[in-house]
Design a protein around this ligand. Structure first.
Ligand code: ADP
Ligand code: ZN
Length: 213
């Protein structure tokens, strides 16, 4: 089973991907996490991706597509995956369809998490993320029980370098120009589930589970 989580930066894809992966016993594959890991380990891939990520631009398709498809070919993805942050444009969506088609598989559902622009800006401003398990928190809306520490795994929380005002603006611009056309693409394929992404994380999770049922 392959499920895509679609939505703007700050829509809550990361949180929902983790919750959904646990419920459905599938792995979460987050392109942004894969890039950040490569960056941290200073691999060739990480060095290439860095310049784009810092500016809030998309990393070029040939790099991104190869990275994600390689990840999906690993043994823990043999039953499928929850995709978070990929695909992010039409080119990537088509490459994914083609790669799954070659395995006689396909995307099952695309969960589009819809959140207003004002709410997105607010959320990205106060975001903190766990270094170990990538769970996101928010200073005001969903603070951790102990400041600076992850509720799930005790890991240290940090703020992403690209969560500053300018880069956030650029990321939203890129989302509306390049990623939002995927809403129509998957609607036409009759795979789109539109979910109201406002409210607390368990409310949103319940909506997603109901829609997938
Ligand atoms: P968010 O969804 O909050 O913007 P991500 O962690 O998904 O954050 O992505 C962070 C950055 O990583 C993006 O701004 C982009 O530079 C790069 N990136 C992630 N996924 C992709 C992708 N599918 N295609 C191109 N670039 C990507
Ligand atoms: Zn954690």
């Amino acid at each position: 089973m392959y499920i895509i989580l679609l939505g703007a930066p700050g829509a809550g894809k990361g949180t929902q991907a983790i919750m959904l992966a646990e419920k459905k016993k599938l792995v979460q594959v987050a392109s942004g996490d894969l890039f950040r890991k490569a960056l941290q380990q200073e691999t060739e891939l990480g060095k290439k991706a860095k310049v784009y990520m810092e500016k809030g631009h998309l990393v070029p398709d040939e790099i991104t597509i190869q990275m994600v498809l390689e990840r999906l070919a690993e043994p823990d993805c043999k039953n499928g995956a929850i995709l978070d942050g990929f695909p992010r444009n039409l080119e990537q969506a088509k490459a994914l369809d083609k790669a799954l088609g070659q395995k006689s598989s396909a995307i099952d559902k695309v969960v589009y998490i819809k959140v207003s622009e004002g709410e997105l800006l607010k959320r990205l401003g106060g975001r903190w993320i766990c270094r170990k398990c990538q769970a996101p928190y928010h200073e005001v809306d969903s603070p951790p029980k102990v400041a600076g520490k992850c509720d799930r795994c005790g890991g240290e929380l940090y703020q992403r370098a690209d969560d500053n005002v300018e880069t956030v603006k650029k990321r939203l611009e890129v989302y509306f120009a390049e990623t939002s056309p995927l809403i129509d693409y998957y609607k036409r394929a009759k795979k789109l589930l539109e979910i109201n992404g406002e409210g607390n994380t368990s409310e949103v999770n319940q909506r997603i589970l109901n829609a997938l049922r």
